[in-house]
Design a protein around this ligand. Sequence first.
Ligand code: LLH
Ligand code: MG
Length: 388
Amino acid sequence: MSAATIETVSVTEFSTETRRWKDSEGHDHASEEPRPATGSILTITDSDGVAGHMLFGGDYLRDAVLEEFIRPLLIGRDPLRREAIWHDLYLAQRGAYGALHDRALSFVDQALWDLAGRRLQQPVWKLLGGYRDRVPAYASTMCGDDVPGGLGSPEDYAAFAVQLVERGYKAIKLHTWMPPISFAPDPKLDVAACAAVREAVGPDITLMLDCYHWYNRADALWIADEIAKLDYAWMEEPMDEYSMASYRWLTEQTRTLIAGPESVEGKFRSRAEWAASGAVDILRVGVLSAGGITPALKVCALAEAFGMDCELHGSGMGSIAALGAAHNARWYETSLLHPHLDADVPDPHLLRVPDAIDRDGVVVFPDEPGLGQAIDFEYVAANTIRTR
Ligand code: LLH
Ligand code: MG
């Protein structure tokens, strides 16, 4: 039987609405009213007419990236040979000098997994081994802000944490204050927020901290030691992750488990250095930032070999698929939450919230073939700006 081959690679841009906005440093904030937005879908179609899709926001797959790198490396290939395609894209990155970024690899990899699931009529999390069919989610808060009724003080975090526990969450990760919105970074304020939340939710809720990302070693160690007293499960990214030596220094000295890296480039290779150096206790990887599900799973296996948990950064159905495979991952990180945002309401281009959290704070994985992104293709068709 001859294999199907990839015939078309296209991006559809459509009008939609969002209830989030990003500040100049890329942190998400809640919007009281929905704002107009442009969504994009990468679609890869094979010679049997089977298509795989990847939904994304932002202008990340420009014409030059599609024309110069992606189409030449995909068209005519067997879409099920993801590892071969991913490896060729990875090799092309060196000479592309940043033009072919890890997000592009991630979108292609996820669209190819979606295609595989649709072709084989199976959900991707099951194709990847189906270690589990559900996972507890931790509520990941937005950063602190200066919005009335938002996240302006330790008391605000405590009040929001109570709401999240009432909603069913068994774990909460605080993102505290980061410039440019609100205050200057302040270790004492971070610890005060951690203490207020612990006091409000009691001892049985798992808590984590992701604070200002550019503290120095002394401040990071002080915060880590203080939150150890509050029984925080881990701390992440309190310092610039380009200094792996600083993380090794911190990890060696504090009782709080240190998780990372999140923002460092280098996919599984940089994570191998972090694991081998003892720079963290919990190894992290993002499906979006590390080039897709395929490389993220290599990090999970690497962590397993080192006897470490692997923590998947970021929400999305690619993370859910990876969580279906990795038995050393414990939690799903929700999209960033805020008191002004009802995360149970889907964006208009979705049929439902694809990673819905049940009343026990658990995500039950979808049964449908592919990634289960719940894209409303009728809405997309009615609101298409252009397909290229
Ligand atoms: O700085 C931020 O806005 C957050 O740290 C954000 O990047 C978030 O994705 C995160 O760190 N999650 O773990
Ligand atoms: Mg983080």
